[in-house]
Ligand binder design. Structure first.
Ligand SMILES: Nc1nc2c(ncn2[C@@H]2O[C@H](COP(=O)(O)OP(=O)(O)OP(=O)(O)O)[C@@H](O)[C@H]2O)c(=O)[nH]1
Ligand SMILES: [Mg+2]
Length: 198
């Protein structure tokens, strides 16, 4: 677990997106998939990132500085919230794409996917978009506590087939704590690999 995590910057508009001085790992996924909950669980701080059962809670890009390691975890606003206006959705897309594009310090995007659902078009589109930018995608299946083993395995197998990965995506639960330490260790390993090249 990281020793200190602090919210350093909140960005609502493209104008506020300056260059960040450290490597970044972003958390992306549909609204309500559990991005902010994962951040809280990873950091062991219940209310670091605001969570809600109402989708669309996170409306901004939030940069959390992890110390002493020295990188940012970036909580991205969720996509695919049906009740959100077209203007809001366009704003999300513009802000997020601007952030993802031409960001040499972004060393990966953790794609959070609901373990209860078969692969959804919106998620597949996002993953393909990120891959096309040359950024590594780390797929993770959330809310594993909410479904039974056969469903979890089926979702894992479907994503593995689709992504053509060697291993199936990791199943996690921010409620039960399942695989949270393992996931954190994988973030540290990725960060260590990039920082040795910097
Ligand atoms: N059972 C269960 N519920 C979870 C888990 N993770 C998150 N939730 C619940 O799912 C809801 C949404 O969680 P958030 O973490 O706010 O989701 P988000 O992806 O940050 O959503 P946006 O900010 O809207 O993009 C909340 O009610 C959480 O308590 C989990 O591992 N298990
Ligand atoms: Mg959130």
């Amino acid at each position: 677990m990281p020793s200190t995590v602090i919210l350093e910057k909140t960005v609502y508009t493209i104008d506020q997106l300056g260059e960040m001085p450290l490597p970044q790992l972003a958390l992306a996924g549909r609204s309500n998939v559990g991005k902010s909950s994962l951040l809280n669980k990873l950091t062991g701080r219940k209310n670091l990132a605001k969570t809600s059962s109402t989708p669309g809670k996170t409306r901004s890009l939030n940069f959390y500085k992890v110390e002493p390691e020295g990188f940012y975890l970036v909580d991205l606003p969720g996509y695919g919230y049906a009740r959100c206006s077209k203007t809001e959705r366009d704003k999300w897309a513009a802000l997020t794409t601007r952030y993802l594009k031409n960001n040499a310090r972004l060393f990966g995007v953790v794609a959070l996917l609901d373990s209860r659902l078969t692969p959804q078009t919106l998620d597949i589109d996002l993953i393909n978009y990120i891959k096309a930018l040359g950024i590594e995608v780390i797929p993770v299946l959330t809310k594993a506590d909410k479904c039974k083993q056969p469903v979890r395995s089926a979702t894992q197998a479907a994503w593995q087939r689709l992504l053509g990965t060697e291993k199936p995506p990791m199943l996690i639960s921010s409620h039960s704590g399942m695989n949270i330490d393992k996931l954190w260790q994988s973030f540290l390993d990725k960060f260590a690999a990039v920082s040795s090249h910097e």
